[in-house]
Design a protein around this ligand. Structure first.
Ligand code: F6R
Length: 608
């Protein structure tokens, strides 16, 4: 979603703003813009399309003077992607400029009101009402004015505001959309995410809802909407600048696929001590944990697919009913959730609006929420009752890979932990699962070392028009992710089907040469999946099968077969997902797609 960056210091601001925006490109955008206070006026430059356009327009920022400025990458919601709808937005007289991430829900009423008072609007955006309201209410004190404007706004926002009359301050505000304040020396920054400012500082404050930051060159003051000062805890970012760079790889996605052994190791190893799974993060007593009658998993996209895998694992190991729910559907269906339901929320960004709102709905109904989140200090992490962090580091590619894998690793830890507590697994199983878990990083490394076969298959198959992923049980859960990965970055239509369901309708789509990717790793159902492979082959399908090393006979069943190392059944998705990620990556690469920033997609989806 949109990205915000701001600078106040003694250097020329525009080059820094453009570099910062570049680091936020991963969030998804379709236009960009910057605004500088050049000492006498606010100068705005905006461009539809890639950031390159804005760089050309401003000679990489060199053409714009001014040491105070704000910048923005816009992912269109209200009004098409265009120069005029791009941010920053100016008030009518040009004295105030605003960048905004989020949605102002009551913008139409506010716009009508301002128009009735004679204000003229330029854009179709909800954001412009903020700039216009500031000018409308301004009586000489910018902070008072911003507070008054906030009281008129419904919705979500992270804002950066500058004024020509107030050349030595940036005002930043947050409500339901992320915003951080970077602490520098003789200069300070605002940004939607850490990579934008990492080249300058690792010291940050994370703004919380309804906090207002007032940045000067040499000071940062944070207040609430009653103008009382808020004492914030400074945070030091632990990751290095390399973590947010491509490190020699052509794409972030490939780098992140390669990082998976480390990420899984980092996520599990601090939580296994002397052979026991330790989840200190969970604040519930064993009695409370034993009292749950149902587990409810809420998430979106790939994180939801982790939830579907978790449903199979938890139900088998814990013998508790589990519902994996799309967060965007959950809160509008009057869900049956109460204090006997444990809710698990999964989110890489921790800012996904659908997931966050679903979580709040579950909390309102009395459910205890454990979140699995990657971004430290994000909204879901701070607002859930307990948080288990995945230690995946920054994930920049829009298509998630390493965060998905780290989330799966947390699911295995939880399954073992709860299974022990509930007495549904015995000591022998416990030891076996823990030892299998520890083998995942090495086994993924083996798969990555042998990626050329997948690359070869992708080079033969990248012209496919429709691709079907099939599997049963946990293989079905994984096929959902395989299909999403492929379609989101390669733009090839693909669907995931429970293999046994195909004959109930979809098999009519199989014709000569249709590519079917059959996942046949789940030991108890391999024979059944082989029957489904035969069904589609009889109708002309070209089958690529994914199987475990100990089932070499499957090479004689499918037209091509990729083998992965054997591991206990419930952990198979962690290995099997890797060839699927690689296949999606190599197909997209062969098609020349913009792999890290697929069209229409945003990394952190902060609107419903
Ligand atoms: C797909 C992908 C998305 C996210 C989804 C949830 O590759 O990345 O489907 O999984 O938007 O995002 P988070 O995990 O940030 O809540």
């Amino acid at each position: 979603m949109c990205g915000i960056v701001g600078y106040i210091g003694y250097e020329q601001a525009a080059p820094f703003l453009l570099k910062g925006l570049e680091k936020l490109e991963y969030r998804g955008y379709d236009s960009s813009g910057i605004c500088l206070n050049d000492g006498s006026e606010l100068v705005v430059k905006k461009a539809k399309g890639k950031l390159e356009e804005l760089k050309k327009l401003t000679d990489n920022g060199r053409a714009l003077s001014g040491t105070v400025g704000i910048g923005h990458t816009r992912w269109a919601t209200h009004g098409e992607p265009s120069d005029v709808n791009a941010h920053p937005h100016l008030s009518e007289s040009g004295r105030f400029a605003v960048v905004h991430n989020g949605i102002i829900e009551n913008y139409l009423q506010l716009k009508e009101y301002l128009i009735s008072k004679g204000v003229t609007f330029r854009s179709m955006t909800d954001t412009e009402v903020i700039a216009q309201l500031i000018e409308f209410y301004y009586k000489g004190d910018l902070i008072d004015t911003v507070i008054k404007v906030l009281s008129r706004l419904d919705g979500s926002y992270a804002l950066g505001v500058i004024s020509v009359d107030d050349p030595d301050r940036i005002i930043a505000v947050r409500k339901e959309s992320p915003l951080i304040i970077g602490i520098g020396q003789g200069e300070n920054y605002i940004a939607s995410d850490v990579p934008a400012i990492l080249a300058k500082t690792k010291r940050i404050y994370r703004l919380e809802n309804n906090e207002i930051a007032i940045l000067r060159r040499d000071s940062i003051k944070i207040i609430n909407t009653d103008r009382e000062e808020v004492k914030k805890q400074e945070e030091t970012i632990s990751w290095t600048i390399d973590a947010a760079e491509k490190g020699g790889y052509e794409h972030f996605m490939f780098k992140e696929i390669m990082e998976q052994p480390k990420v899984i190791h980092d996520t599990i190893s601090p939580r296994i001590r002397n052979g026991r799974v330790v989840l200190d993060e969970i604040s519930l007593t064993p009695e409370q944990l034993r009292s749950f009658r149902k587990i409810n998993i809420l998430a979106c996209g790939s994180a939801y697919h982790v939830g579907v895998v978790a449903k199979y694992i938890f139900e088998k190991l814990l013998r508790i009913p589990v519902e994996a729910d799309l967060a965007s559907e959950f809160r509008y269906r009057d869900p049956i959730v109460d204090d006997k339901t444990l809710t698990i929320v999964i989110s890489q960004s921790g800012e996904t609006a659908d997931t966050k709102e679903a979580m709040k709905e579950a909390q309102r109904r009395g459910s205890h929420v454990i979140s699995i989140v990657n971004v430290v200090g994000s909204a879901i992490a701070t607002e859930s009752d307990d948080v288990i962090y995945t230690w995946a580091g920054p994930e920049i590619a829009v298509a998630t890979t390493k965060a998905y894998s780290a989330q799966l690793a947390v699911i295995y830890l939880m399954a073992i932990f709860f299974g022990d507590l509930l007495g549904t697994i015995d000591e022998k199983q416990y030891g076996y699962y823990v030892s299998e878990l520890l083998t995942i990083p090495d086994k993924i490394s083996q798969i990555l070392e042998n990626s050329t076969q997948v690359q070869y298959l992708a080079s033969k198959l990248f012209n496919s028009k429709d691709i079907f992923f099939i599997g049963r049980n946990i293989d079905y859960a994984l096929s959902l992710e395989g299909s999403l990965k492929l379609k989101e970055i390669s733009y090839i239509h693909s669907e995931a089907y429970a293999a046994g369901e195909l004959k109930h309708g979809t098999i009519s789509l199989i014709e000569n040469g249709t590519l079917v990717i059959a996942l046949a790793t789940h030991e108890p159902l391999i024979a059944k999946t082989v029957s489904n492979i035969r069904e589609v082959q009889t109708r002309g399908a070209n089958v690529l099968c994914l199987a475990c090393d100990d089932h070499k006979e499957l090479a004689d069943v499918a037209q091509s077969t990729v083998f992965i190392p054997k591991i206990c059944d419930m952990m198979l998705p962690s290995l099997a997902v890797v060839p699927l990620q690689l296949f999606a990556y190599y197909v997209a690469s062969a098609k020349g797609c913009d792999i890290d920033k697929p069209r229409n997609l945003a990394k952190s989806v902060t609107v419903e």
